[in-house]
Design a protein around this ligand. Structure first.
Ligand code: NAD
Length: 349
């Protein structure tokens, strides 16, 4: 199968491309290497792809270009059997600071991609959506039909993307599936994510810092669970035209996350608390029932296993990964004198 992965140099797209290559598929990655956090991490991701492809009888191509360019998108989609769309300006906080950019990227590029996929008659488009589409919970866990009232610009763009996909399925018979991800973590995650921040601090004898009282809860989703659902959907039409939530097995508080990381690395450290951020949902919790029923994907990984695997990977890759995380942490410290609205914070989704 020929698969186009947009945003394939990023965290989740990188893992997806890696697993598709390992399964023997031909993969094209389209990514503009957006300098949102760091290019170093993306270069490493692309090297991993090349290494995997070199050992197998598969075609691998990296195209450094922009998903907003309709010509390049049309050309690449024309060769694809399935399109896996991960490219986005990700991050709630950044969208609040720069709403025009997040709208331009997340909405325009999706229309380009769906339009080209319709023309090329691709078998399926799988799109990355987000728990941010829900906003404040009316009930938990979020079933897929829970009201959607996003509380950030990012959430609005992801919801718009879902509606675009639905309209292309209904009007043009283009099979699409949107997967709502809940705070994904794992090897090669963006260095400004809360888990990499906690791990780095604890490894360096610094206490984890929690914004708020730590009682915000999240479905931290290990990236392997996200990969499983995308791999299943390559071959399954059971969720065409639908939206599915994807999660791992634990719903935990930021407090519990800090303790899980701290206890594995530096049990003697005391956790530190600072004032809460705006635009972050208090609680997110997914129901995995629909994904289980339609495509047979059950949440498999626990937080202790996932964090353990991430720490192992971090230690093996510390030489090049840690400087990226440390530079995020020092930006956080440098900006601590700025107003609350402008202050940089590690990202939790
Ligand atoms: N990581 C999470 O916890 C999480 C949670 C919910 C949803 N998501 C969604 O999953 C997807 C992947 O997220 P991620 O964490 O891997 O993010 P990421 O930032 O690591 O990856 C996104 C990739 O898209 C690329 N990109 C951005 N704009 C582009 C453009 N205009 N043209 C081409 N490439 C472009 C970037 O260079 C980057 O490599 C995103 O759509 C995100 O909104 C992620």
């Amino acid at each position: 199968m020929q698969i186009l992965v947009t945003g394939g140099a990023g965290f989740i797209g990188g893992h997806l491309a890696e697993s598709f290559l390992a399964d023997g598929h031909d993969v094209t990655v389209l990514d503009n290497l957006e300098p949102f956090y760091t290019k170093g991490l993306k270069r490493h991701t692309l090297e991993v792809h090349r290494e995997i492809a070199a050992g197998r009888d598969v075609d691998y191509q990296f195209v450094k270009d922009d998903v907003r360019d309709p010509d390049i998108v049309q050309e690449l989609v024309a060769d694809a059997d399935v399109v896996v769309h991960q490219a986005a300006q990700a991050g709630v906080r950044e969208s609040v600071d720069n709403p025009r950019k997040v709208t331009e990227i997340n909405v325009s590029e999706t229309v380009n991609l769906l339009e080209a996929s319709k023309e090329a008659d691709v078998e399926r488009v799988i799109l990355a959506s987000s728990s941010s589409v829900y906003g404040k919970p009316k009930s938990l866990p979020y079933e897929e039909d829970h009201p959607t009232e996003p509380v950030s610009h990012y959430g609005v763009t992801k919801l718009t993307q879902e509606h675009m996909a639905r309209v292309y399925t209904e009007l043009h018979d283009l099979p699409t599936v949107c997967l709502r991800y809940f705070t994904v973590y794992g090897p090669q995650m963006r260095p400004n994510m809360v888990i990499s921040n906690f791990v780095s601090r604890c490894m360096n004898g610094e206490p984890p810092v929690i914004y708020g009282d730590g009682q915000q809860t999240r479905d931290f989703t290990y990236v392997a669970d996200v990969v499983d659902s995308n791999r299943t959907l390559l071959e399954s039409d059971a969720a065409d035209g639908d939206v599915l939530s994807i999660r791992s097995s634990d719903n935990i508080s930021i407090q519990k996350l800090a303790e899980t990381v701290r206890d594995q690395l530096a049990p003697e450290l005391e956790i530190v608390y600072e004032s809460a951020r705006e635009a972050d949902a208090e609680h997110t919790r997914a129901s995995a029932e629909k994904a289980g029923e339609l495509i047979g994907c059950e949440p498999l990984r626990t937080i202790t296993e996932g964090v353990g695997e991430f720490i192992e990977w971090y230690q093996a890759n510390r030489e090049w990964y840690e400087p990226l995380v440390r530079s995020s942490i020092s930006r956080e410290s440098r900006s601590s004198g700025l107003s609350q609205r402008r202050r940089w914070r590690p990202c939790t989704y």
